[in-house]
Structures are given as C-alpha cells and as structure tokens.
Design a protein around this ligand. Structure first.
Ligand SMILES: [Zn+2]
Length: 200
C-alpha cells in the first residue's frame, strides 16, 4: 500500500548552538591560568562551529577584570583566520559580564569563557541580513579517538591459569583451569571454592 508523503522538516531545534572545542584547548587554558593570575585571552580558528586546536596568544594588556588587545596586531590575527576568542575570569565569575557582551563578545564570531578550570559560557555571532545576531552557545569537548587493537588484547592478555588447586583440608590436586568458571563440575570429588576465594 502506498503511504502518503507527509510534511516534515527534519529540523532539530536547539536552544544553544553546540560548539566543538578540542580538549587540548581546555588543557592549554588550564596551563596558562597556572601562570597568569589576571584575565587573559587566546584566539582560535573555528569553522562551522568546530574549533581547531591551533591557537595564538595575542598581544594584550590585562587586569583582574579586563583584557585590552593591541588592535593592530589583532587585525593581523583576524586576517589569518583567528575568529574566536577564549578569555579567562580569575574571579570565579562564570558568566560573561556586561562589558564582555559589549566588547569581546561583539568582536569575534565565537566567544568562550574559561573559569574555574572549565568552559562556563559561550556565544556565537551569526550574520543574518547584515545584522550580527548573538546567540547562546554551549561547548562540546572533543576528545581524540583512541584505537586499540582488540586482537592484540586477546592474544597477549590472558587469564592466569593454575594446574593445581588446594583441596579443602590441605593437599594439592590436579585440575584444569578453573578461572572464569562459577562452579566446578559435579564430577570433581572434592569441595572446592571458587578460585577467587583461594587467593593468598
Ligand atoms: Zn570577561
């Protein structure tokens, strides 16, 4: 039977735009914040809300509550494609300040806040009919893909086997490997505990 075609957009509504940031970038911010106790900022390259781990530290003058860039140098970085900024709040303010909204957040495509060792706030600026529309964003940390050779695990890492186990009351008896078996088979003539209870 033929099914009628129905209207569907396939859209997935989001309240915040997800921005992917490599975990290395978070580690970089943590390292810098061990050295720099004031605010600081670094610049990233982001495309389609995916940021690369490539970063630069732009020339800047900082206090505990502000970052002022050298705008001549900043222009150079913007031309090189650094379109996103991460700045650090040392004073545990986990949201952008009013000043942030006015300055740092309106001069980059993406602005991310780093505070308390984590990314705690983010915005993106979208160009819609020549208007810069600022939307809330959230950070998704991207971790590297770790590939392990499962065959190598199977061939090289094996459960330890015992040829003898102790029978109740002392003495040794021959027995094939019992590791991994919940019970020993019924034909076995002695009372035997599971091997993990025989560790000494
Ligand atoms: Zn700020």
């Amino acid at each position: 039977m033929e099914t009628a075609e129905e209207f569907t957009t396939g859209w997935k509504p989001v309240k915040k735009i997800p921005i992917k940031v490599p975990i290395e970038t978070l580690l970089v911010c943590r390292e810098i914040s061990k050295e720099i106790k004031t605010e600081f900022a670094i610049l990233l390259k982001c495309k389609d809300f995916n940021c690369s781990s490539d970063y630069v530290i732009p020339e800047q003058q900082v206090t505990y509550s502000s970052v002022d860039f050298d705008n001549v140098k900043l222009l150079e970085y913007r031309k090189q494609g650094y379109n996103a900024v991460i700045h650090y709040h040392p004073m545990d303010l986990k949201k952008f300040s009013g000043t942030d909204d006015e300055y740092i957040n309106s001069h980059f495509d993406i602005s991310i806040l780093f505070c308390g060792g984590e990314f705690t706030d983010a915005i993106v600026n979208l160009d819609i009919n020549n208007m810069r529309v600022q939307l809330e964003a959230e950070i998704e940390l991207v971790t590297p893909n770790i590939n392990i050779d499962k065959q190598e695990l199977e061939t090289k890492i094996k459960p330890k086997t015992y040829n003898t186990i102790t029978k109740l009351g002392g003495g040794l008896i021959d027995k094939e490997t019992v590791i991994g078996k919940e019970t020993v088979d019924d034909t076995f003539p002695y009372d035997v505990y599971r091997l993990d209870r025989w560790r000494w």
